[in-house]
Design a protein around this ligand. Structure first.
Ligand code: GRF
Length: 241
């Protein structure tokens, strides 16, 4: 009864804060993220391998930013999208890759007996394309130590929440169910633990009263398409200097 009264008292309801009604972005301008042992210096242009399972809108945003040099530090002199590996034969990312003239290789997880075997096949493709940096853009498989150790601190991931809140595959559903008023997206260095690792960049996105999974995801993706190219540009600068 007390809970009902509290939940229905309008004076206790938290309203969206007008001060944060537009998304806010936070990054590591001084690259202060703790990288552990300094990575070996990478030669430019850095060869990027993309891992994707879905529609590929992040791939397209990264490719457009790179081709049009709209973010400082990310252009054909500093980076090349060498290959897209996708795991789902019907993933629209394959068509986007084709449109962007990027080779796309299917590594269908159903055809491998274990996660390690899938990762071994991915490593083989990446070696073939001389990939230096792996960018997970909507990769819906858990990666194993095999891949992490093949590319230590050279794998980036984007996640549709403000980590460490809501890791896992249902981040947006969980944010809505929990009733948070602000969520967002995070670019981080991937480690063996799922959706964990040093954070490179985040953007905050307010949750609006009538948001659905689709409307909130759409607004989060607008921010993903801004912060992912920026984070990649900053990370390449760090790895190559
Ligand atoms: C993104 O929202 C990303 O945060 C999540 O998967 C989605 C991929 O979208 N990991 P797209 O395939 O890049 O359009």
């Amino acid at each position: 009864m007390i809970i009902w009264v509290l939940a229905n008292d309008p004076s206790l309801m938290i309203q969206p804060n007008p001060a944060i009604s537009t998304p806010q972005t936070y990054n590591n301008p001084d690259n202060s993220v703790n990288l552990g042992n300094p990575p070996d210096r990478l030669a430019l242009p850095v060869s990027i391998g993309i891992l994707a399972s879905g529609s590929g809108s992040n791939l397209e945003a990264i490719a457009n930013t790179l081709n049009n040099a709209t973010v400082a530090g990310l252009n054909p002199d500093t980076a090349k999208l060498s290959v897209v590996v996708y795991n789902n034969p019907n993933a629209y990312v394959q068509q986007r890759a084709q449109k962007l003239s990027i080779p796309a290789v299917l590594c269908n997880h159903r055809e491998y007996d274990s996660r390690e075997q899938l990762d071994a096949a991915i490593i083989e493709v990446f070696q073939q394309y001389q990939v230096d940096l792996v960018v997970m853009a909507g990769w819906m498989r858990i990666v194993t130590d095999k891949l992490i150790n093949a590319y230590p601190r050279r794998i980036l991931n984007i996640h549709p929440s403000l980590l460490p809140s809501f890791p896992g595959a249902k981040a947006i559903v969980q944010a809505l169910a929990y009733g948070v008023k602000i969520t967002g997206c995070t670019v981080h260095i991937a480690i063996a633990e799922v959706d964990a690792g040093p954070i490179l960049q985040q953007a905050a996105v307010p949750v609006l009263p009538n948001d659905t999974l689709e409307t909130l995801h759409q607004r989060i993706q607008v921010q993903e398409h801004i912060i992912y190219p920026q984070a990649i540009a900053d990370y390449i600068k760090l790895l190559s200097s």
